[in-house]
Design a protein around this ligand. Sequence first.
Ligand SMILES: Nc1ncnc2c1ncn2[C@@H]1O[C@H](COP(=O)(O)OP(=O)(O)OP(=O)(O)O)[C@@H](O)[C@H]1O
Ligand SMILES: [Mg+2]
Length: 356
Amino acid sequence: MSDKLKVAVLYDVWEEEQPAVEPEPEKPKRRSKKRRKKKKEKHDREEIFEALQKLGYEPFYQVLDGRMQSLSALPKCGADLVFNLIESYGGDDTKEMNVAAYMDLVGMPYTGSGPHGHFLAQDKAIAKKMFAFYGIQTPYFATSYRGKLDHAHDIKFPLIVKPVWEDGSIGIGADAVVGSVKELMERIEYIQDEFDSPALIEEYIEGREIYGGILGSYENTEALPLIELDLSKLPKGTPKIASLDVKFEKDTEAYKLTKSAPVEGMDDATIEKVQHVALAAYRAVKLRDYGRIDMRLTEKGEVYVIEANPNPWLASTQEFAMAAKKSGRTYTQLIGEIVDMALARYGMGARAEVAG
Ligand SMILES: Nc1ncnc2c1ncn2[C@@H]1O[C@H](COP(=O)(O)OP(=O)(O)OP(=O)(O)O)[C@@H](O)[C@H]1O
Ligand SMILES: [Mg+2]
């Protein structure tokens, strides 16, 4: 029998036509998300699998498909560690936290954020309240759900309207940026109808789109080199935002005209300031192991945190891996570090066996 550490690469699948396993009668069923639109050319799970093999581990795939059987199979899968790539459960993105909590309950060690981090970051309004408590600048906002106002700053146009708990720019297209009450009302209605979600209405911050990758946990965290998504080439009249098209729709002009790369032409003091904000935001919402903070940097040098992403997309072409590479790490080293951090948290020590 192999004495290699067995690492389950855990991911989720969901097809809209699948029957719901555990219906929640008192609540309207949340729609299956359009995140399936994400066309990941090479799944990060394959790259992670390969990296784990190179590191001398014994990886295998484990899937949660929204059915009870897949959930009960998880604790019995024989993994020493789970590399957690779960983004939703049964098509519901808000259930990331439940999967982490489930693994805590059944005593399975896993990589990345715990349920607290997922919970605090998932609901953008809650995350923004946390940022405010820690003095981290975030755009003024209000939330509205079925005509009820939950929380409101005195906000000024232009505004951006988005679902309060989605990610992957779901529900964020060119129409998300609104300049009038009419457009605002229409957009709120769209968000509620389409996603059965409260609408987060935020002041629109003009500025550079900067991503701050963070590696580590608690006091022991490192801010990686900053990555910028250049939105300047988007056609005139299109809002300069990382919309669904910009992120995933390869055939669109928006996708082709935008590109992420390590930041250039930023002075050291500004870089330090932005990284400092990213670290503070990461800690504020209790992220662990690795995370990505999305920010806007204005012409005046003000840094606004837009949101925090626990367990961000790890594909080698994506911003987090890009930042790790810029810091001098290979992709395999990055995956190895994430595993080591998780093992250390569970008192399991460093890796058992490392391939040459
Ligand atoms: N207040 C804002 N001001 C300016 N631009 C914004 C604002 N909020 C969002 N955006 C733009 O919309 C994009 C998507 O917003 P946000 O990060 O909140 O969505 P998301 O769906 O959680 O994205 P992901 O999970 O893919 O990072 C941002 O990257 C930014 O370009
Ligand atoms: Mg984002």
